[in-house]
Design a protein around this ligand. Structure first.
Ligand code: UD1
Ligand code: CA
Length: 500
């Protein structure tokens, strides 16, 4: 979930500070989680905003926190330790929040970027274009705007006959004519720090919400003849806010479409974009193929020639060149080149599958290395294990790693052949080139090249069905088959009982 750190850049062309407004309650989310911590595409909303502003390389990144501040501060420390939380004790409006942020850096001079914390689709290019336009126009305040189909709930951009921006009017304070305006305030601004500080100090609260609106700084500046501007975003989708969970779902979809578009343009085949979800932090190489129903999350990477899906979830997992992953759930796993996983496999943290290995159907692995070309094809649990190269693990094998107190390790050597239905009771080692017999519970080491047999000998009780289940279908079938021959080899007679 981490956000790229600020890139070192030409600070004289950037901004002195980035201020993210994130103290609001987010009431419409109806959530115990602060709004800006809701996630989409593998990052929090706040994380997306910080990622969009990171390339500005501002000296200060201030995040105004209030509602749910402990959680937001904890999140910031984890994903953007360079950002500084500034507490707005009472949520008295976006203008008040901006003033609180500026008060935290009293010597701040030059342009400041202010951005709402709930704009998760904002892209670095859009932010850079706004900063650029602000600088080229020599403005004291420039607001990012967008022409939208449905401006409901948003601040309207009021321009004069010459097209110059005169005011931002919140919907609840707008006249019917102003409500008809479809150019809206995106909630992203660049302002000269000193000017902003001065105007914010004089903000009134005589509006429908009784708040200090950040948007109210524009009109007095424009009236006073100061250079202010409104710059439309190239892609209006960029600036869509996110106020409730329906909008969150819509923004998530849009973000995902963007990620998939970029992948497809770079040469990745995405068979069904509608059912494929890829986090912004994932990398996929050209000529990888993503089947329907796949989620790639976190720092997952997929190399060229790999096929993932259908119906697989990969979290923080690396998939090597030419590997195949079918109907699998993989977390924190390394899937090497030409490895085959699934269908129906569960790779848990610490799984490392080397070149050409196979983990097949109904197999669970955890903290386990499967060596080059080795196979665990069916119905097995491999936990806390090292398997060498060229080894085959029989079907229905359990690596018994837990004694109820501690976890123990099992080592299986190179070119071993373990039988079906084995239990490896750890700690235990099976040597290179060793075999184990089917149905064995292996509790002691098996030396290299030995056959480990750990099971009871079979005995057959001749005539048992005829005597004990007379007249049944089984007895008739046995009779028709001429019954079993008399005791031979491992076949035993019924113990301690003589019959005619
Ligand atoms: C705001 C703008 C509106 C714009 C819209 C774009 C204002 C007054 N209006 O409306 O013109 O079209 O964004 O999405 O700014 N916040 C604080 N402290 C507060 C109040 C708010 O930090 O006391 C933060 C919120 O967390 C949020 C941002 O400021 O990130 C904007 O507040 P919000 O209540 O969401 O404003 P909107 O009604 O969406
Ligand atoms: Ca909002």
């Amino acid at each position: 979930m981490t956000v790229p750190p600020p890139q070192p850049g030409p600070t004289q062309d950037g901004v002195a500070a980035v201020v993210v407004l994130a103290a609001g309650q987010g009431t419409r989310m109806r959530s115990s989680l602060p709004k800006v911590l809701h996630t989409l595409g593998g990052r929090s909303m706040l994380g997306h905003v910080l990622a969009a502003t990171a390339p500005l390389a501002a000296r200060h990144t201030l995040v105004v926190v209030g509602a749910g501040r402990e959680a937001v501060e904890e999140h910031l420390a984890a994903v953007a330790p360079d950002a500084r939380p500034v507490v707005q004790e009472e949520q008295r409006g976006s203008g008040h929040a901006a003033a609180v942020a500026l008060a935290a850096v009293p010597d701040l001079e030059g342009p400041v970027l202010l951005v709402n914390g709930d704009a998760p689709l904002l892209r670095p290019e859009t932010v850079a274009a706004l900063v650029d336009a602000h600088r080229r126009a020599g403005n004291v305040l420039t607001v990012l705007t967008a022409e939208v189909e449905d401006p409901a709930g948003l601040g309207r951009i009021v321009r004069d006959a010459d097209g110059a921006v005169r005011a931002i009017v919140e919907e609840c304070d707008a006249t019917p004519e102003q409500r008809a305006i479809r150019e809206v305030n995106a909630g992203v601004y660049v302002a000269d720090a000193a000017t902003l500080r001065r105007v914010l100090a004089g903000l009134a609260t005589d509006n429908a919400q009784g708040e200090q609106y950040l948007t109210d700084v524009l009109a007095p500046l424009a009236e006073g003849g100061a250079p202010v501007g409104g710059v439309p975003a190239e892609d209006p989708v960029d600036v869509l806010g996110c106020n409730d969970r329906r909008e969150l779902a819509a923004r998530r979809r849009t973000l995902n479409d963007r990620v998939l578009d970029a992948l497809m343009r770079s040469g990745v085949t995405v068979v069904d974009p509608a059912t494929t979800w890829v986090d912004v932090t994932v990398t996929v190489e050209p000529d990888a193929l993503i089947e329907p129903g796949v989620q790639l999350r976190g720092v997952t990477s997929v190399a060229t020639g790999a096929v993932v899906g259908p119906d697989s979830t990969l979290v923080d997992t690396a998939v090597g060149q030419g590997a195949g992953v079918v109907r699998a759930h993989c977390v924190d796993a390394e899937i090497g080149p030409d490895v085959s996983v699934g269908p129906f496999a569960h790779l848990r943290p610490g799984t490392r599958l080397r070149v050409g290995a196979k983990v097949g159907t109904f197999v669970e692995t955890k903290n386990a290395e499967v060596g080059e070309g080795s196979k665990v094809p069916h119905l097995s649990y491999v936990g806390d294990a090292t398997i060498g190269v060229g080894t085959n693990i029989g079907a229905a094998t359990v690596f018994v790693n837990y004694d109820g107190v501690a976890k123990h390790h099992t080592t299986i050597g190179d070119h071993a052949r373990t039988g079906a239905d084995n239990m490896f009771v750890a700690p235990v080692t099976v040597g290179d080139g060793a075999y184990t017999a089917a149905g064995s519970v292996i509790t002691s080491d098996v030396p290299p090249g030995a056959m480990g047999v750990a099971r009871a000998r079979q005995r057959n009780v001749a005539g048992w069905v005829r005597r004990r289940r007379p007249g049944t279908a089984a007895a008739k079938a046995a009779e028709a088959a001429g019954e079993a021959p008399a005791d031979t080899g491992t076949t035993a007679s019924e113990p301690r009982r003589t019959t005619a």
